[in-house]
Design a protein around this ligand. Structure first.
Ligand code: F6P
Length: 531
């Protein structure tokens, strides 16, 4: 990337800076009253998603300049680089080819010189067979009883995706299997799950791209010991599945070769739900539904690749994010789903966005010249209205928002769901328009408005729609990375903490070890209380 194509150095960036200043005295409410067609002008529909960004604080000129920004930063070329399997993850010297995992298998896809689709097809077949074996009862626990429970052991991208998606697609279950998750250490989570399952009828999936993550290995070891003491080597080999790119480590751990699933180096952990990491999901919703989850994501990939910038949902979503972060100086972005089944979506997007774009050096190692990823957080909208919406409406900090809303509830409770819809729409209206007069002139009941939000509206949350939504955000993140010129696919920021933890274990187990200066008093107190 030359400086001319670096976001903050482009002409469009300077135009946007000026535009933000000139728009600062125009309210969103007045933009609506001045233009009755604003709703249509500032919304797009594609792949079953209606993206309404009319309640963002921008006008047609600002939108045009944002589109120009994507053009001047060569976003489309960046998309081509990703889709053609180039090594876009330079610091780890690898491509980011999660899109291959959701392509039809006859769609040749090259990573370097190799068409990876036969490998993808082979892994999918193994997944399908496992789903089938469990469904038909062919795979039994070591005592001969049918498997009743599945426990996913993994953390970060090896945990949040399957957790979020199995919960989101509860209505699409095709099996009575119960699914559980163990991620962190500390023992309580493990204890709670092991209390709910019978070890002889439980299948454990150890998901870890690296297979060196200490939390995952610690939890997996406990499970392995339990299985071994209950049913010997046969139980371990029969009931532990491994998903990783590190076969050596899986062998060493004792995972049977026919129970190992591949996660390729060119798939990042937070982009891996489409691979064997999605096994828990496939087991719960069945293979057909899992395939439509993949097909939905592929549909979004095709849209992302083909649609012009002004109609391209991931690019527009990214541009609106950049408008808020870099030109409206909003540092917080909230994910607010109005649908109980999307309760883990904020957590999922938190990792996807902040681990990908929470960076301050450019791809060439120089410091960035603009703000990058905002702080992402969120909660179910309905609950959040009764906790932190106070700040959203009247706080000193502006927060940009993505509301998620299915039209249909998916259950026989549409009337109740309609109330949820009313709440979501009313909130986004109130945030945009405010009530500048304030009820009875009281300053305490004054709402400034101009608090920007977008609405992601879709008909129903089915497997294909979940696939589309996740792919939409994956690509949004990549586009922002292109404009900010950061590598969205590495995560070096997590390493220092891991390194220091290893050393810290000695301080915890041995009081006499010399504590690092900044932790002296905390460790002294710790040892005093550790009876
Ligand atoms: O520490 C961060 C991280 O590396 C994430 O990027 C990843 O999703 C998670 O840990 C788990 O890693 P693994 O799948 O290798 O166990």
């Amino acid at each position: 990337m030359t400086n001319k194509t670096y976001g903050p150095q482009t002409l469009a960036w300077s135009e946007l800076k000026e535009k933000a200043v000139s728009l600062s005295t125009t309210s969103i409410a007045s933009m609506f009253s001045d233009d009755p067609a604003r709703g249509e002008k500032f919304s797009r529909e594609s792949a079953g998603i209606f993206f309404d960004f009319s309640r963002q604080h921008l006008d047609s000129e600002a939108l045009e300049s944002l589109v120009t920004l994507a053009d001047q930063t060569n976003v489309k070329e960046g998309v081509e680089r990703m889709f053609s399997g180039q090594n876009i993850n330079k610091t780890e010297d690898r491509p980011a080819m999660h899109i291959a995992l959701r392509r039809p298998v006859d769609y040749s896809t090259y990573v370097g010189k190799k068409n990876v689709m036969p490998l993808v097809a082979e892994e999918q077949k193994k997944m399908y067979l496992l789903v089938d074996q469990l469904r038909s009862g062919a795979l039994k626990g070591f005592s001969g009883n049918p498997i009743t429970d599945v426990v996913n052991i993994g953390i970060g991208g090896s945990h949040i995706g399957p957790l979020m998606a199995t919960d989101a697609l509860k209505e699409y279950r095709t099996s009575d299997l119960k699914v559980h998750f163990i991620s962190g250490v500390g023992g309580l989570e493990l204890f709670d799950v092991l209390n709910q399952v019978q070890v002889d009828t439980t299948l454990f999936i150890v998901c870890s791209k690296s297979f060196v993550t200490s939390e995952t290995l610690m939890n997996a070891q406990v499970v392995k010991d339990l299985l071994y003491s209950a049913g010997g080597t046969y139980a371990v080999e029969n009931q532990i599945i491994g998903v990783s790119s590190n076969h050596k480590a899986m062998d060493k751990f004792g995972i049977a070769p026919n129970k190992q699933f591949v996660l390729w180096s060119w798939v990042g952990g937070r982009y891996s739900i489409w691979s064997g990491v999605g096994l828990a999901l496939a087991l719960i919703i069945g293979w057909e539904h899992f395939e439509s989850f993949l097909a939905g994501a592929h549909e979004m990939d095709e849209h992302f690749f083909e649609a012009p910038i002004d109609e391209n949902l991931p690019i527009l979503l990214a541009l609106i994010g950049i408008w808020n972060r870099n030109f409206q100086e909003i540092s917080n972005h909230a994910i607010l789903p109005y649908y109980h089944r999307l309760r883990f979506l904020p957590t999922y997007l938190q990792q996807l966005e902040m681990e990908s774009n929470g960076k301050s050096v450019r791809r060439n190692g120089e410091p960035v010249q603009c703000e990058t990823c905002p702080i992402i957080w969120g909660e179910l909208g309905s609950n959040a209205q009764h906790s932190f919406y106070q700040l959203l409406h009247q706080g000193t900090e502006k927060v940009s928002i993505d509301f998620f809303l299915p039209v249909l509830s998916g259950m026989r409770n549409q009337e109740s769901h309609d109330v949820l819809v009313a709440n979501c729409l009313a909130q986004s209206w109130a945030l945009a328009e405010g009530d500048p007069e304030g009820k009875g002139g009281s300053p305490h009941q004054h709402y400034s408005g101009d608090r920007p939000s977008s609405l992601i509206l879709f008909q129903r949350l089915d497997p294909a729609m979940l696939g589309r939504l996740l792919a939409l955000y994956e690509h949004k993140v990549y586009v922002q990375g292109l404009i900010w010129d950061i590598n969205s696919f590495d995560q070096w920021g997590v390493q220092l903490g891991k390194r220091l933890t290893t050393g810290m274990e000695k301080n915890i187990s041995d009081k006499k070890t010399v504590a690092p200066q900044p932790l002296k008093s905390a460790l002294m107190q710790f040892h005093k209380w550790r009876i």
